[in-house]
Design a protein around this ligand. Structure first.
Ligand SMILES: CC(C)(COP(=O)(O)OP(=O)(O)OC[C@H]1O[C@@H](n2cnc3c(N)ncnc32)[C@H](O)[C@@H]1OP(=O)(O)O)[C@@H](O)C(=O)NCCC(=O)NCCS
Length: 145
């Protein structure tokens, strides 16, 4: 059975590194604000095995007017566990957390290849695509909660 648990920022590196920063040192997996009191990291497990991660930061984007905004970062599922519904479960968990915190909007920079995945969970793109150096083309995506 799968369980979703709150984890430490350092525990995300086991998935961030191979999936989001392949070939780069583990220092590239450290995100600013990872250890802020308003940041939370979730891991999805099968028994003791970590299969995927997502992090939620309280962080406004000037594109939006909502007072309490949260950002998803570092959404990743290990390749052997992708396309089994785990990513969708982590997005739902992030939404549940943001709702409980009184958040009104959830946004993130989505890799072009993942836009279709997020659209299935009701997220919309806004604005033009932009390049994040070394990672590729991204879109801002969002959902009002
Ligand atoms: C993108 C990612 C997080 C999706 O997680 P996942 O567990 O593989 O996705 P799920 O199985 O929960 O998919 C949910 C739905 O989205 C679809 N989907 C999954 N990945 C997709 C993609 N890249 N493009 C379009 N649709 C996608 C699934 O087919 C499924 O649809 P269905 O319900 O009609 O069957 C995961 O594949 C991943 O880690 N990719 C590499 C890293 C990455 O791109 N992260 C996002 C950074 S913004």
């Amino acid at each position: 059975m799968q369980t979703i648990k709150t984890i430490q920022s350092t525990e995300t590196y086991a998935v961030r590194q191979p999936v989001l920063r392949p070939g780069l040192p583990v220092t590239s997996c450290v995100f600013p604000g990872d250890d802020d009191s308003t940041t939370i990291h979730f891991g999805i497990y099968e028994k003791d095995s970590l299969m995927g991660i997502v992090s939620v930061f309280e962080n406004p984007n000037i594109l939006f007017s909502e007072e309490k905004q949260f950002q998803i970062r570092g959404m990743a599922i290990l390749p052997e566990h992708q396309k089994k519904g785990l990513g969708e479960k982590l997005v739902k968990k992030a939404e549940e957390y943001v709702n409980n915190k009184g958040g009104e909007l959830l946004w993130f920079n989505a890799r072009e290849v993942a836009v279709g995945f997020y659209k299935k969970s009701g997220y919309r793109t806004i604005g033009n695509p932009f390049d994040i150096e070394g990672v590729g083309i991204h879109y801002v995506m969002y959902k009002q909660l």
